[in-house]
Design a protein around this ligand. Structure first.
Ligand code: GDP
Ligand code: MG
Length: 441
């Protein structure tokens, strides 16, 4: 797998601080191979790797994972972000009939997917759907759709032999309007390769039907050709989304990335079998995992990141126990708390400092509390920050005024500082945060 291969690249780097440009470039060569093996088209792989390389250089390497694992996580996150669909539902909110047009190469799964989507719309969304096949090239293509229609109990436009696609589209529009259908689905013909006659026919149909959705249906096994297919179709008609079929097979899913990169349109569905209910929402995380061929690297790195946060907390505890923890440190910690998920998160991590904190954390808008605490510390003199015990009643009034807070809030802040110091001393006695966690199991 990719992480095994990266292990080799990075073995010599273990324990180093940050990912250097050379490290990242070495890793990215392997990432590129993995992407190509997963059928990501070459120009897309190249572009993706360039983007992620910049992002990864200089990132701190977590102490408990290998740099290779960390690069995989960075690459995975970038893949998920890029694959992520903005909206996977069809946008059919128009005066009926809304038109959905399916385009793609022959054998990509257009006809099957037409029936799958129609089934979904009539069932889940209770829409009245009419399907029409405009495929006059492939023998029995129109009958194939009619048969599927019977299976999913969705109406199909009656077949008129000899009619051409544009005429069929017109007839379908009329029927859908007159008979009060919510959605009209147009299944079009495909060729084995992109050709202009097919494209012209498709454009003419799109001009007449003005579809709300034009879905490009692509076989997930499409390899290097994916870029050409996507580019050609998207140059000719305004695509609104992509359906990736045969995701039930052993496709690594690289076509998904190619489609996203070239069309910029969301992948709205994934076909996962020949059966007519084998249609799913697209899951970017699963596909990213397939592309990288990795086991559990991502969660491994996430767990490592968590334990590093615990180490940071422990370092803070040591400082407090030695009595070195002043308001400046508290201020820095508040900023970190905000990053780590607010007061509640930290209170949960450290038993003993619960009282004042939990009360504040339980209040809605506790993030605002962090901001107010920061303002209070900001209104202290440098001397008060290093020696909080100097803060008497008079100083409290001044600090409250200066920070736009109240004396009660200043008292709470001081109390919290005290409680934290006391709790930390206890934790130290128990053998530090690690010892405590071990005791808790
Ligand atoms: P079209 O030429 O684009 O209309 O493609 P068809 O809808 O006729 O599909 C071609 C073949 O692919 C048929 O045998 C389908 O059953 C099959 N097929 C379509 N979608 C899927 C899918 O998601 N998974 C699998 N395993 N087969 C599919
Ligand atoms: Mg077909």
């Amino acid at each position: 797998s990719l992480s095994d291969r990266l292990g080799g690249v990075f073995d010599r780097l273990r324990g180093r601080g940050a990912l250097t440009e050379a490290d990242v470039r070495a890793a990215m060569r392997e990432v590129r191979v993995a992407l190509l093996e997963a059928d990501v088209a070459l120009p897309v792989a190249r572009q993706f790797v360039d983007g992620v390389t910049e992002q990864a250089i200089g990132q701190n390497v977590l102490r408990s994972v290998t740099p290779g694992q960390q690069v995989v996580k960075i690459v995975n996150d970038a893949l998920v972000a890029m694959l992520g669909a903005d909206e996977s539902e069809l946008l059919l909110d128009v005066t009926p009939p809304a038109v959905v047009m399916m385009v793609g190469l022959q054998g990509s799964g257009k006809t099957t997917t037409t029936a799958k989507i129609a089934k979904r719309l009539t069932g889940r969304e209770r829409k009245k759907v009419l399907m029409a096949s405009l495929d006059v090239n492939r023998p029995n293509a129109q009958e194939q759709l009619a048969t599927l229609g019977t299976q999913v109990e969705v109406a199909t436009l009656p077949i008129v032999p000899g009619q051409q696609p544009v005429e069929i589209a017109r007839r379908a529009m009329q029927a859908a309007k007159l008979q009060g259908y919510d959605v009209l689905m147009l299944d079009t013909a495909g060729r084995l390769h992109v050709d202009q006659a097919l494209m012209d026919e498709m454009k003419a149909v799109a001009d007449i039907a003005r579809p709300q959705e034009i879905l490009l249906v692509v076989d997930a096994l499409t390899g290097q050709d994916a870029v050409n297919v996507a580019q050609n179709f998207s140059d000719q008609v305004p695509l609104t989304g992509v359906v990736l079929t045969r995701m039930d097979g052993d496709a690594r899913g690289g076509a998904a990335l190619s489609m996203r990169a070239v069309t910029g349109k969301p992948i709205k569905f994934a076909g996962t079998g020949e059966k007519l209910d084998a249609l799913e929402a697209f899951h970017p995380e699963r596909v990213a995992g397939r592309i990288l061929g990795m086991g559990d690297v991502v969660s491994l790195v996430e767990r490592a990141a968590e334990s590093i946060q615990a180490e940071d907390a422990e370092r803070m505890a040591m400082k407090m126990a030695k009595g070195q923890f002043d308001m400046n440190d508290l201020r820095a910690q508040l900023a970190q708390m905000a990053r780590m998920g607010g007061l509640g998160a930290l209170a949960g991590m450290m038993p003993g400092m619960k009282k004042a904190q939990a009360a504040m954390a339980a209040t809605p808008g506790s993030d605002k509390v962090l901001v107010r605490m920061d303002a209070m510390i900001g209104s202290m003199t440098p001397k008060e920050r290093t020696k909080p015990e100097l803060i008497n009643a008079k100083r409290k009034i001044r600090i409250a005024k200066g920070s736009g807070t109240t004396v009660q809030e200043v008292n709470k802040l001081l109390k919290m500082h005290q409680e934290m110091a006391t709790a930390m001393k206890k934790i130290k006695k128990m053998g530090g945060l690690k010892g405590m966690m071990a005791m808790l199991g």
